[in-house]
Design a protein around this ligand. Structure first.
Ligand SMILES: *Cc1c(COP(=O)(O)O)cnc(C)c1O
Length: 399
């Protein structure tokens, strides 16, 4: 028995079966490459759902983690620490105009939960919505995480079946439909929560102008626009944040994944002081949120994105990659879409057999929703590596 087989068997025996992983065991990783226990090498085209935009174990992020480990790792928020404020300032600088306060958490789902609590409280205390009546509008096919509240407004039965009763106060409209948003708004609406590109739904890119339209509708109706940029943020779509493609600024943004530089769960909510001020001592928190180790890693993760111009790289290589994918032109392909190095190929047939072939050939990719294969390599990928991937993808998808 190979050691890969041994590791997969023991996972399946002792680990809950809440995932259906591709049968590859990763034992080592560096940059865009991962290695199995037998030493076979794969190019990572999933990047841990965009949590590894900076590449695996980036030396600068690893050094920041190690250096901080030698000093202090965890303090809790009962005390100040000497990393958090500087890190949050750096994060807000990267977020740019429109954001002047941040709340650090750990996972993406926690950031979304934080945003939900914040906009509800803003609704009651600032907008003066009647107590316990606040409504948040969300989109069909959304993915915002796995907590009970969040899956309660998912439309995916795999994610929410038998997890009820669901938290009330959410209204679901179709994605990429500004008119539906306008119609769904009531005097009790406090926010619209949406992904600028729906990632887990299969890299669904809305019509050009969608973000501008929803920005206008939210402003006109005094409701907060909450963009979940956990997957689309930090260069993935060819801008530092996806909303920058349309020159808009959301009121609230949830961040995670690549903020942890591929090493730790690091998330945050960023917004304006006049909204963030609804959180007073005791109203929200997390034992680990903003811990020194995470702050050191987050700061280095941001530095790498900026210094290595990864958003620009994603824009340039992503446009090339998309163009080449479109050339495959095989009848099994229904659509090729994406922005930056956030791309997907939707098929007329089940994707699993093809992802398995890609894996055999050394490309680590995973299907979403049965018919779509997502390609989202680390943003540090070189043109040569991308060309190598294209040769294989063309061979597998085109024959
Ligand atoms: C991954 C993801 C989340 C959840 O993040 P976790 O760290 O897995 O909790 C939320 N929103 C979006 C858009 C995501 O892609």
């Amino acid at each position: 028995m190979t050691s890969s087989k041994k590791f997969m068997d023991i996972d399946m025996k002792f680990g809950a079966h809440n995932y259906h992983p591709i049968p590859v065991v990763v034992a080592k990783a560096q940059g865009v490459w991962v290695y199995d226990p037998e030493g076979k090498k794969y190019l990572d085209c999933l990047s841990a759902y965009s949590a590894v935009n900076q590449g695996h174990v980036h030396p600068k992020v690893v050094k920041a983690l190690k250096d901080q480990l030698e000093r202090v790792a965890l303090t809790s928020r009962a005390f100040h620490n000497d990393r958090m404020g500087l890190y949050l300032k750096h994060l807000l600088d990267v977020c740019g105009e429109g954001f002047d306060m941040a709340l650090p958490m750990n996972t993406g789902a926690e950031a979304v939960e934080t945003a939900i609590k914040m906009v509800r409280r803003w609704g009651y205390e600032v907008k003066k919505v009647e107590h316990n009546k606040a409504e948040i509008i969300v989109c069909a096919e959304n993915f915002h995480g796995r907590t009970t509240t969040i899956v309660g407004f998912s439309t995916d039965p795999l994610a929410n079946r038998n997890f009820g009763p669901y938290t009330p106060g959410f209204k679901i409209i179709p994605f990429d439909d500004p008119e539906a948003l306008e119609k769904a708004i009531t005097p009790n609406t406090v926010a619209f929560l949406v992904e600028p590109i729906q990632g887990e739904a299969g890299v669904i890119v809305p019509t050009d102008g969608y973000l501008k339209k929803i920005r206008d509708i939210c402003t006109k109706n005094n409701i907060l626009l909450v963009l979940d940029e956990i997957q689309t943020g930090f260069g993935r779509t060819g801008k530092m944040f996806c909303h920058q493609h349309e020159g808009i600024i959301p009121d609230v943004m949830t961040l995670g994944k690549a903020l942890g530089g591929g090493l730790l769960p690091v998330s945050a909510v960023v917004s304006r002081k006049e909204i963030m001020k609804v959180f007073i001592p005791g109203s929200h928190g997390s034992t680990f949120g903003g811990f020194p180790l995470a702050c050191a890693v987050g700061e280095a993760a941001l530095d790498v994105l900026v210094e290595e111009k990864l958003a620009e790289r994603s824009a340039e290589l992503g446009a090339y990659f998309l163009e080449e994918l479109k050339k495959i032109n095989h009848p099994r392909i229904k659509e090729v879409r994406g922005k930056g190095l956030f791309t997907a190929v939707e098929l007329h047939e089940k994707a699993r057999p093809l992802t398995e072939k890609l894996i055999e050939e050394g490309i680590l990719a995973k299907e979403t929703h049965d018919f779509t294969i997502r390609f989202a390599p680390p943003l540090i990928i070189t043109k040569e590596e991308l060309d190598w991937a294209l040769t294989i993808i063309k061979k597998v998808l085109g024959s």
